[in-house]
Design a protein around this ligand. Structure first.
Ligand code: AMP
Ligand code: ZN
Length: 467
């Protein structure tokens, strides 16, 4: 079945045509490892995971690269501000490499808890400095780069068109924040591709332009080229990458080797919190750990993300993710009921219909809300049978909710304090002794301590009361 993807480059949904039959090459902009990734960041990686899984489901062979930005990402996304890594290092009294190692490990653990399939190549910017430097030299040699006292800049006036991804008019206000009034720049939107390091800068390399370090944008251009070549299928990132980072990547590739590297550019929309931006200053940045403390597993957050198409904004609320947790448990229970059923189910046509509609949904630019609608239809199917369980397992190749381990998750509820666990055990004994009055008393005591318990077929379900 034809795969359709929305391409930011053409502003429309297109039939996907791979460069090579049944093979797909993808470059995904990875995290800047200066602090813990938040759930907004993970929305982008859940989207990346769905994309990978959808291609695999369609029988594609994947060559997927993701970078780890461990140098050169300035606080402004463009050319101003401090390097995020250096800033974090100073704050935490460590060196930037230690910071990178620590947060990369935390990021990988979070990916694992979200059951996100890892790209075949994960590469650090600092491991590819030579390739970046060579690309800068090519850009200069081809007449697109020039040196100032601050670094090497890209001359956008040399391009046939800039920007190409966004329809933004560069004279408009939207880009005002990017304009850095620097008399040494030839054009206001020229951007740094290589940055000369100040005296006290920790991450710097010898280069033809003195001790210096790469700009964030050149990193991805050079790593994409090194690992996927000068032309690959898909480049992914978040919508915030469209106006600066990805525009500049395209510009650099044109400067170095004459063309845009990726045929399809795909971008995941933002996760909002209470209708607004997630930002440190508002104190509304959440990590997966914060969700777990309130009783929602990382996989419940993944399921929560499926409530909206990746190109739509998604509003995060704790109520929303706790409902997703309940839904996830219902999904697991539904799967187990089918798995443990001895009934036979011979409505092959119905199974085929489910399969076709699921495939149609995921191939339609990853329409996860529609795909989930079909999953719930399957769960509601009156006849329970192993065939339905196998169908759900197949769908889970795309959903990545680790359904095969459903039982394990239902048995081990997350983050319940020992005190509550002990009370639950005490209540279980009271019930076994048919002392229901005592059991009810313990239930009230648990409630007073902030938890609600519910008896289900697969044991006791515990929920934290949210105020
Ligand atoms: P960074 O580590 O800042 O480079 O961001 C990592 C990824 O997370 C990028 O693809 C961003 O576009 C994405 N991202 C950042 N904030 C959000 C958000 N609130 N919602 C969705 N994606 C986000
Ligand atoms: Zn990037």
């Amino acid at each position: 079945m034809q795969i359709k993807l929305y391409n930011t480059l053409t502003h429309k949904k297109e039939d996907f045509t791979p460069r090579e039959n049944k093979k797909v090459s993808i470059y995904s902009c990875g995290p800047t490892v200066y602090s813990y990734a938040h759930i907004g960041n993970f929305r982008a990686y859940i989207f990346m995971d769905n994309l990978r899984r959808m291609f695999k489901y369609n029988g594609y062979e994947l060559n997927h690269v993701m970078n780890i930005t461990d140098v050169g990402h300035l606080t402004s996304d463009a050319d101003t501000g401090e390097d995020k890594m250096e800033k974090a290092a100073k704050k935490e009294g460590k060196n930037p490499y230690e910071i990178a190692e620590f947060y990369t490990k935390a990021f990988m653990e979070d990916l694992e808890s979200l059951n996100i399939d890892k790209p075949s190549t994960i590469t650090k910017a600092t491991d590819n400095i030579n390739e970046m430097m060579e690309m800068v030299q090519e850009i200069i040699d081809n007449g697109y780069g020039y040196e100032t006292s601050k670094g090497i800049y890209f001359d956008i006036s040399k391009l046939d068109k800039y920007p190409v991804l966004s329809n933004n008019d560069l004279s408009g206000e939207e880009h005002g924040a990017r304009i850095d009034v620097d008399p040494e720049k030839r054009n206001p939107y020229d951007f740094a591709i290589w940055i000369k390091a100040p005296e006290n800068h920790l991450m710097k390399w010898d280069s033809p332009w003195g001790k210096s370090y790469p700009g964030w944008h050149i990193e991805c251009s050079a790593m994409g080229r090194k690992f996927l070549g000068e032309n690959f299928d898909i480049h992914t990132g978040g919508v915030d990458h469209i106006p600066v980072h990805h525009e500049n990547e395209i510009a650099q590739c044109k400067g170095a080797f004459g063309h845009n590297p990726a045929n399809y550019w795909m971008h995941c929309e933002f996760l909002l919190v209470d209708g607004g931006k997630m930002s440190k200053s508002l104190g509304n940045i959440y990590r997966l750990k914060d969700l777990q403390e309130k009783g929602a597993e990382p996989l419940a957050y993944k399921l929560f993300c499926y409530s909206s198409h990746y190109r739509n904004k998604l509003n995060f609320t704790f109520d929303g993710v706790l409902s997703a947790q309940k839904a996830l448990n219902r999904l697991r229970e539904g799967y187990l009921k089918n798995l443990e059923s001895t009934e036979s189910y011979n409505d092959e046509n119905r199974i085929l219909d489910y399969e076709n509609r699921f495939l149609e949904a995921i191939n339609d630019d990853l329409n996860m809300p529609v795909a989930m609608g079909i999953v719930w239809e399957v769960i509601r199917n009156e006849t329970k049978s192993i065939k339905i369980a196998k169908l759900l397992e197949k769908f889970d190749e795309v959903l990545g909710l680790d359904l095969k381990n459903a039982k394990k998750y239902l048995e081990t509820k997350i983050d319940i304090p020992t005190e509550i666990e002990e009370l639950i055990e005490k209540r279980k004994l009271a019930k076994q002794e048919k002392n229901y009055e005592e059991a009810d008393k313990i239930r009230d005591e648990i409630k007073e301590k902030g938890y609600i318990i519910k008896d289900t077929k697969v044991g006791v379900e515990v929920e934290k009361i949210i105020n």
